[in-house]
Design a protein around this ligand. Structure first.
Ligand code: ADP
Length: 456
């Protein structure tokens, strides 16, 4: 985790936060406990003193003799409780210990039944019980016992607090490290992506948000790699596509310009080759131009009311020579019910042309069928062939830019892998859909769905 200040680490932040919260809770709990404990303790001691005092007073009320006083005093000779018995004038008649100054202060205080001292400051908690017409019983309890207990309690709370902070910090630190570890790996992976290392293996467990993020980053890398691969393939396809016609054009024009060929027919034939190859280049450049417009969003449809039957017919007749050359049969079935719809005629021609041209390119024997019909609210154009078909796993990819199935097959047949991508964009911009069903070595069927009521 280089480059990150230690205090900026999530594990440290979480550790501090949780330990802080623990500590505050503990302090609140400790204060409450402390208050409850001391109050209960003082209450308990005072009521115990009162009980003892009133017992003694009852006994002494019956018999206030010296002997009985001595007997009562001797009963409280141990522990932290002291007893002092006085007559009505507070003359001391008996006591468990010699009276200290604090005790004497209490004697003079008042004759109220209970005197509870401030246990934090005073040496004793004391109570006074009257022996009617005879005297008083003073009970004393040493507060240092309570103070010692409280100080033990305080130390306990402090030790628990420190312990909790350490354990909390350690546990949270450990847990959050477990959480942040994958984030660090992902950060590394994205750094690698930025450097062009698109294939990243990010280990992740479970299916929580972090695992999902890891898989998204991995997928992003795979997508980038895919685009990189297809772009490189595309560049090599484009240069190959350009090189072949350019070689022809250069070769034949060289021969013509040197005036070696005298025969008129041969000259015409050479010029026809140059013309055909120039057309090939121009198609490729058009495709590229079309694609760049699509990508830049500068794609505007020139819509007019037109019948798709006428468009399909026009495409069929312009491609008939290529069909005948390959010995393929052409079947046309156009429904009369198909109404004129608002479309960009030139672009629709381009789409149908592309699909029929593909059908011819990828079919060696059998037939090509072009059909039109109405299905619910859609005008449908179907282009069906009995060609090599498309492998199941490739079907979803054929709409991607530059995608071509098997380089060997693509090289033989030419093409740039842009045709279907452009076709899909054009149909979708008409609010339509283009679908395919294909079985390898049996043939393919492309279906164009155009809404009858085309929106402007
Ligand atoms: P290309 O210019 O290479 O033909 P497309 O985008 O038109 O590019 O087609 C993409 C790929 O889909 C082609 O490379 C081809 O392998 C496959 N494909 C398209 N149409 C057909 C078809 N009718 N039969 C078999 N494969 C086809």
């Amino acid at each position: 985790m280089k480059g990150i200040n230690i205090l900026n680490r999530i594990s440290i932040k979480l550790g501090l936060l949780f330990s802080g919260v623990f500590l505050i809770l503990l302090l609140i709990l400790g204060t409450i406990l402390y208050g409850v404990f001391t109050n209960l303790f003082v209450d308990f001691v005072s009521s115990d003193l009162i009980d003892q005092g009133s017992n003694h007073s009852k006994v002494l009320d019956n018999d206030f003799s010296k002997k009985m006083i001595g007997h009562v005093v001797s009963m409280d000779q141990n522990g932290s409780t002291q007893i002092v018995i006085t007559d009505e004038n507070q003359k001391i008649l008996g006591s468990t210990v010699p009276l200290d100054a604090e005790m004497k202060k209490h004697l003079l205080k008042s004759k109220k039944e209970i005197v509870i001292s401030d246990w934090k400051k005073d040496k004793y908690i004391s109570t006074i019980t009257t022996i009617p017409n005879k005297g008083y019983v003073y009970m004393f309890y040493r507060t240092n016992v309570l103070r010692e207990t409280v100080s033990v309690l305080k130390s306990l709370i402090l030790v628990t607090g420190i312990g909790t902070v350490f354990i909390g910090f350690g546990t949270i630190g450990f847990l959050s490290r477990k959480i942040t570890q994958p984030l660090v790996i992902m950060k590394e992976a994205t750094n690698q992506l930025a450097k062009g290392q698109y294939r990243q293996e990010i280990p992740s467990k479970g299916n929580d948000e972090i695992a999902q993020l890891a898989s998204s980053i991995q997928q992003l890398g795979e997508q980038l790699q895919y685009f990189e691969d297809t772009r490189n393939e595309f560049l090599s396809a484009v240069s190959h596509e350009l090189r072949t016609p350019l070689t022809y054009i250069k070769g034949y024009s060289d021969v013509l310009s040197k005036g070696i060929i005298k025969s008129k027919e041969e000259q015409t034939e050479y010029l026809a080759i140059i013309n055909r190859e120039t057309k090939r280049i121009s198609f490729l450049v058009n495709d590229l131009f079309e694609m760049s417009k699509l990508q830049a969003g500068k794609f505007q449809l020139q819509k007019e009311l037109a019948n798709v039957n006428l468009i399909a017919e026009k495409v069929a007749s312009s491609l008939r020579p290529a069909l005948v050359k390959k010995g393929l049969e052409l079947i046309l079935t156009f429904s009369e019910k198909v109404p004129p719809i608002l479309i960009d005629v030139q672009r629709m021609e381009q789409v149908v042309y592309n699909l029929v041209e593909n059908a011819i390119k990828y079919t060696d024997n059998g037939f090509i069928k072009i059909r039109s019909f109405l299905e619910n609210e859609f005008v449908v154009i179907e282009i069906c062939d009995t060609g090599m078909g498309i492998p199941k796993e490739e079907i979803s990819k054929i709409w991607d830019r530059f995608y071509r199935i098997e380089k060997s097959r693509a090289r033989k047949t030419g093409g740039t892998g842009l045709g279907l991508y452009i076709a899909k964009q054009i149909i979708e911009s008409h609010h339509g859909q283009i679908k395919i069903s294909s079985v390898e070595n049996q043939g393919s069927t492309f279906l164009i769905y155009l809404p009858r009521e085309l929106k402007e």
